[in-house]
Design a protein around this ligand. Structure first.
Ligand code: ADP
Length: 327
C-alpha cells in the first residue's frame, strides 16, 4: 500500500474512556495508544465488548475521553477547526446500514446530507453524489430516487459507503461492515472497500471479530482485550506467530483458513470478565493457560516481541529468558 509523507493519519495516545454503570466505573478503554498510517488497512480485533467500537467512536470525537489525546495528521483534535477537519477527513460505516439510513430519505438525499452539513456548494452536489454512487457500483440513474426499503442489504451498505465517501475522506472506519450481510454479498462489499482503498489510497480501519477476515484484508492488526491493546504487529505476524496467549487462543479458536486455526473453542476458556470489575494484574490472567506467579499482580505493558514491529503485553515477553514465539 502507498504511504505518503505524513507519518500518521490518526494517533491516539493513552486514551481512557470510563462509563458509570450501576454505581461502578466501567473502563471501556484503558490507556490505549495506537497509530493509523496513511493508506494503511488497520484491523481492530477482539471479542465483543473489548472496546473496539468505543475506540472508533472516540477517534471520531463522538465520546469524550477521561484522559489521553486524539491526533489527526499530528495535530491534537481539541478545538472547532480540528474537529471540523476530522469530520471531513475521517468517516465511519456501521454494521447495520438499515439503522444508519434515514428511511424517509431517498438515496440522493442520504448521500447529499454530509455535503450539506459541511457547507459544500449546492452546484457540486449532483456530481459528487453520482461519482460516489458510481464508485460503490450503483448506477445513479437507477438508485437516486429509491428509499432504503427498496434496496437489498448489500445495496443499503453500498449507499452507506457512498454517503461516507462523498466528502472524499482520507480515512474510513468500518465497524463490522459485513457481519449482517449474506455470505454471497459479503465478498462484494469487501471488494468495493478494498478497490476504494487502492483507487483513493484510502486509509481503512476494519473492526471485526473475524480473524480470518482481518488476516486477509489488513496490513496491521491491534488485538484488544478488556479496553486495552494486548498485541499489535503486521497481520501476518500477529496471526501466524501470536505473542500474547489471548491472540493465540483467538487464532486457535478461529475457523480455518486462518493459519493455525482449527475452530477449537475450548482454548478460550470462560467468559469475558465484567468490564466494571477488571481482574488485577494482567486482565487476561484468569483465562490464561500460561499464567504464572506474578500475573495476578503486575499489569504487563506492550513491549517488543516476536517479529520486527510486533509487540505484546504479556509478562512472558520482553524479558531475559522469555518464551520463544513458537513455544
Ligand atoms: P466492542 O466494540 O469490542 O464490542 P464496545 O466498545 O461496544 O465493545 O464496548 C466496550 C465496553 O463498554 C462494553 O462493556 C460495553 O458494554 C461498554 N459500553 C459501550 N458503550 C457504552 C455506553 N454508552 N454506556 C455504558 N457502557 C458502554
Amino acid at each position: 500500500m502507498t504511504v505518503s509523507a505524513i507519518t500518521s493519519l490518526m494517533e491516539v495516545d493513552d486514551l481512557s474512556i470510563h462509563y458509570r454503570q450501576d454505581r461502578k466505573t466501567l473502563k471501556a478503554l484503558d490507556g490505549v495508544s495506537l497509530e493509523w498510517k496513511p493508506g494503511e488497512v488497520l484491523g481492530l480485533v477482539g471479542e465483543s465488548g473489548c472496546g473496539k467500537s468505543t475506540l472508533a467512536r472516540t477517534m471520531l470525537g463522538l465520546e469524550e475521553p477521561v484522559s489521553g489525546s486524539v491526533l489527526l495528521e499530528g495535530q491534537a483534535v481539541t478545538n472547532r477547526s480540528t474537529r471540523s477537519a476530522l469530520r471531513r477527513k475521517v468517516q465511519m460505516i456501521f454494521q447495520d446500514p438499515y439503522q444508519t439510513l434515514n428511511p424517509r430519505q431517498r438515496v440522493y438525499e442520504i448521500v447529499t446530507e454530509p455535503l450539506k452539513v459541511q457547507g459544500v456548494e449546492k452546484k457540486l452536489h449532483q456530481g459528487r453524489v453520482e461519482k460516489a454512487l458510481g464508485e460503490v457500483g450503483l448506477e445513479p440513474e437507477r438508485y437516486l430516487d429509491r428509499y432504503p426499503h427498496q434496496l437489498s442489504g448489500g445495496q443499503r451498505q453500498r449507499v452507506a459507503i457512498a454517503a461516507a465517501l462523498v466528502l472524499e475522506p482520507e480515512g474510513l472506519i468500518c465497524d463490522e461492515p459485513v457481519s449482517m450481510l449474506d455470505a454471497s454479498v459479503r465478498s462484494q462489499i469487501l471488494t468495493v472497500l478494498l478497490d476504494l482503498q487502492k483507487s483513493r489510497d484510502l486509509s481503512l480501519i476494519f473492526i471485526t471479530h473475524d480473524l480470518s477476515l482481518a488476516w486477509s484484508l489488513c496490513d496491521r492488526i491491534a488485538v484488544m482485550y478488556l479496553g486495552r491493546i494486548v498485541e499489535t504487529g503486521s497481520a501476518v505476524d500477529v496471526i501466524e506467530k501470536p505473542q500474547h496467549p489471548y491472540t493465540e487462543a483467538l487464532v486457535t479458536a478461529a475457523p480455518v483458513p486462518v493459519a493455525g486455526g482449527g475452530g477449537r473453542r475450548e482454548l478460550l476458556k470462560g467468559e469475558l470478565p465484567d468490564p466494571s470489575n477488571i481482574p488485577s494484574g494482567c486482565p487476561f490472567h484468569p483465562r490464561c493457560p500460561k499464567r504464572f506467579e506474578p500475573c495476578d499482580e503486575i499489569v504487563p505493558q506492550l513491549v517488543s516481541a516476536g517479529a520486527s514491529g510486533q509487540s505484546a503485553a504479556c509478562l512472558l515477553r520482553g524479558r531475559p529468558g522469555e518464551e520463544s514465539a513458537d513455544a
